[in-house]
Design a protein around this ligand. Structure first.
Ligand SMILES: [Zn+2]
Ligand SMILES: [Zn+2]
Ligand SMILES: [Zn+2]
Length: 141
């Protein structure tokens, strides 16, 4: 096997692995961590290490296919998201369901920038709680 062939082989293997990872993302309910996605892949017979899953998530995020959706126990959460305009995510801490929320900082940032002298270039907001279905289930108990 020449180096060229080896290179082509690992490139197609990488592409297939990325495809498997992207397919697994669509099977995840709501918000998920890299470790949960790796477990889903393992469950489907795909051996992808956590580092590989992280790299794939980073490139999927760069392409706008997934977004960060806060964190759970210190692990970053991601969600498959097709919404293009600026928004944030509401994450159910019981079932992981994700809803899209309008930016709660709209109209606030200009005042903060003015009072602090900061040029604000970005912000990170995640909202946590219990979704309507989980709230109804808890209420019924
Ligand atoms: Zn979203
Ligand atoms: Zn829920
Ligand atoms: Zn915002």
């Amino acid at each position: 096997v020449t180096d060229e062939l080896r290179g082509a082989y690992s490139a197609s293997r990488l592409t297939r692995q990325r495809r498997e990872i992207a397919a697994a993302v669509t099977r995840m309910p709501g918000a998920f961590s890299a470790a949960q996605l790796a477990a889903e892949l393992h469950g489907n017979g795909v051996a992808a290490g956590l580092a590989t899953v992280y790299r794939a998530l980073t490139s999927l995020e760069a392409s706008g296919w997934i977004e960060k959706a806060g964190q759970r126990e210190g692990a970053a959460l991601f969600t498959h998201c097709a919404v293009e305009h600026h928004h944030h995510h509401l994450v159910c801490t019981t079932c992981g369901r994700v809803e899209h929320a309008p930016c709660p900082l709209e109209g606030v940032l200009a005042g903060v920038a003015e009072s602090t002298g900061f040029v604000i270039t970005g912000h990170d907001v995640a909202l946590y709680g219990t979704c309507a279905a989980c709230g109804a289930r808890e209420g019924a108990q």
